[in-house]
Design a protein around this ligand. Sequence first.
Ligand code: SAH
Ligand code: SF4
Length: 424
Amino acid sequence: MNAHDSEKVVGTLVGQGYSQVETPEDAELVLYNTCSIRDKAEQKVFNRLDRFKRENKGKTFAVLGCVAQQEGEKIFERAPHVSMVCGSASYNQLPQMLVQLEAGNKRVTGLSLDTEDTFETPYTRRDNPHRAYVTIIEGCDKKCAYCVVPFTRGPERSSTSDSVLREAADLARSGYSEIQLLGQNVNSYRDPSPTGWNFAQLLDGVGKVPGIRRVRFTTSHPRDFTKEIIDAIDRNPNLCNHVHLPVQSGSTEVLRGMQRSYSLEEYMLRIQWMKSAARPIAITSDIIVGFPGETEADFEATLALLDEVEYDALFSFKYSRRPNTPALALEDHISEEEKSRRLAILQEHQRAIQIRRNAQYVGVVAECMVEGFNKATGQWMGRTSQHKMVNFLRPSSDEDITGTYLEVRVTRSGPNSLVGEAVQ
Ligand code: SAH
Ligand code: SF4
């Protein structure tokens, strides 16, 4: 989402007559987009701003994103060389803010969380010419105990189904064949127009847009994840058979502390829906280790969950305290060393699962969207509908096949990717 925010911001600036350069050194205006979901993001941002100041004297600086929203005008105090601070919910105000900046105003702010939508602008500058992100819902109302997002991105608001379909059709006309629907919580999507679609209905609609061959979506919250979504995937071959369904913990007790609003049993029901789907759906997830109160037994319940689900991939993190969040009231009693120990065990456990799972693909022929060529290895890189990375060989030719779709036979597997050869 953060990367796509940058695409929107770049587009807005280009629309105002700015042009993009490759490095901060070449720029007159430096916009620094930040994320504060984990770790000590604030400190990193101020360190980086200090460095910018030393190395890039005489430029105009702006801070965008979560840290901008969170620290607000305090940024001007700690980093007086910054002239603009703008949170992600206010990016639609950027054109006016840039005018103020150009007029010499040294304290320009956009910090309202209560703005009209900031979905897609006509200018969004996409980095990838084949795969495009499309925001369908902004913000989050879930208020998980550890999470800063509701405070940095504001309340949930959805784009109309009409504008999502129009955007998808425009993208198809511009040559994009894969789109990724984005939101902190795509399952909570509610079409605000009289059409009134839910997320499964939106998937059905986007899956039928001519020219769009692959549709992905992220992130799904288990609470609002319905069987209808799986039925939509089964019905529409253009919807990729991959679901990212963050669980966070395998212990219902910890899930309660996290205020995730589902039990392990409810989560497992959703996993069963996916496992009994007509198409083989790859399942990935997020885990936090060391949340306040997590016992050794809770942690082992998470390891047992990994064995049961056999995730295709996992993003795992050590719990970190974030500003404003309800979990700040809980004592963060688990030491950094213990969190690191649990994380290492978890990741090792998952690695063994991925080795086993990926080995099952050897001999399979899968359609890959070609993402590029790796000069160092002489292999092409592609992704399957299940989001597996495949490095493959094809008879030498100078033709650039990036963005095309090819059948690839898998010949070897590793924990994180597959190896194969293009089928003639
Ligand atoms: N909206 C998505 C996730 C957004 S944040 C969801 O609900 O699943 C991405 C991931 O960062 C989360 O799933 C969680 O695993 C991790 N995360 C968020 N806050 C965290 C914190 N305070 N400490 C550690 N990990 C965190
Ligand atoms: Fe954060 Fe929870 Fe919202 Fe995801 S659902 S963004 S983890 S508050």
